[in-house]
Design a protein around this ligand. Structure first.
Ligand SMILES: Cc1cc2nc3c(=O)[nH]c(=O)nc-3n(C[C@H](O)[C@H](O)[C@H](O)COP(=O)(O)OP(=O)(O)OC[C@H]3O[C@@H](n4cnc5c(N)ncnc54)[C@H](O)[C@@H]3O)c2cc1C
Length: 281
């Protein structure tokens, strides 16, 4: 089912001016890859506000200590950026796992978060990069740690008409690994994904962030496993214990893509693989 009305504001100022005149049941349209699916189930509102032309949402800025990623940047655009390859290895590694090349050309990183799915690969990667999400409503900005944005399956902290402006990500010296188990190589939403980012100094873990997709109602931060790793060497025993802790933190469900018990067991396997890759890096 298509919306009755499609509007295309030319700037953020134009957007805020236009909104009050629009039907109340409205949705933002970015790449449309999730919205078209929602429309086919009759859940996409009466009016679409096409934000894909807003240049304010496609900015990418680098400071000495952080990066800002505009919500309207596509997954393929991000994957090509030298600064992403250098500072956001988790995001660069997640990109090839994301759907297919054609879909990555349309899908935006903002839409990946706004959709509120616990399966989102871009979100999983950004959580392990310690990203914050920057929201904007009529000139008023607020910033949340990315994991706090997700309230439940398909439920986020977004207020009516609030936009995701982008993501602020600190620069920190880390290596990452992204392990995804999907039904097939392309177009596969994950059964389980595990992303690990770690700063290692003198052979010892200084900091680790472990995020998982599709194994909890929201993107999961495996905090017990990450805390356990602090100050340890990534040997076989440590990896095995940390992976078991990550498994204990997962609370997946059975759905059309996979079975809860299998998903839980696979968290341990993927976490161990990711940690082994980091140890070898
Ligand atoms: C076949 C297929 C395979 C897929 N495979 C994967 C996969 O492997 N991994 C994965 O993570 N995802 C996958 N997806 C999901 C999807 O592609 C992503 O979630 C995508 O990033 C959504 O971005 P979009 O720009 O297309 O969002 P849209 O569809 O335009 O929007 C999605 C939702 O977010 C809202 N929205 C969009 N942008 C903003 C904003 N800036 N501020 C506020 N609200 C906003 C919209 O109103 C809508 O509710 C797949 C989808 C399909 C159809």
């Amino acid at each position: 089912m298509r919306p009755e009305l499609l509007v295309r504001p030319s700037s953020l100022a134009h957007l805020w001016k236009t909104l009050p005149s629009l039907p109340r049941d409205r949705r933002y349209l970015a790449g449309g890859t999730d919205l078209m699916i929602a429309a086919s189930h009759g859940h996409a509102g009466d009016c679409w506000v096409d934000i894909s032309g807003l240049k304010e949402l496609r900015s990418f800025r680098e400071t000495p200590s952080s990066l800002f990623i505009g919500s309207g940047l596509t997954i393929s655009a991000l994957a090509e950026m030298p600064a992403v390859k250098k500072w956001l290895p988790a995001l660069a590694l997640a990109a090839p796992h994301y759907a297919s090349p054609s879909l990555r050309n349309m899908a935006t990183i903002g839409g990946n978060a706004a959709n509120g799915s616990p399966c989102a690969d871009g979100v999983c990667a950004l959580c392990s990069e310690k990203a914050s999400i920057v929201l904007l409503l009529k000139g008023v900005k607020r910033k949340l740690p990315l994991p706090a944005f997700f309230l439940g399956p398909k439920r986020t902290a977004l207020r009516k008409d609030e936009l995701i402006l982008g993501f602020e990500v600190p620069k920190w010296r880390h290596v990452s690994a992204y392990e995804k188990l999907g039904p097939r190589s392309y177009f596969g939403i994950s059964k389980v994904s595990v992303c690990v980012s770690a700063e290692i100094s003198g052979g010892v873990v200084k900091e680790t962030v472990i995020s998982c997709a599709s194994v909890a109602p929201v993107p999961l931060m495996a905090r017990k496993a990450a805390e356990f790793l602090y100050g340890r060497r990534l040997d076989e025993g440590t990896i095995s214990e940390a992976a078991a802790l990550a498994e204990s933190e997962a609370s997946p469900i059975t759905d059309t893509r996979s079975e809860a018990g299998y998903r839980k067991a696979m968290v341990r396997v993927l976490a161990a693989r990711a940690l082994a890759k980091i140890a070898a890096a």
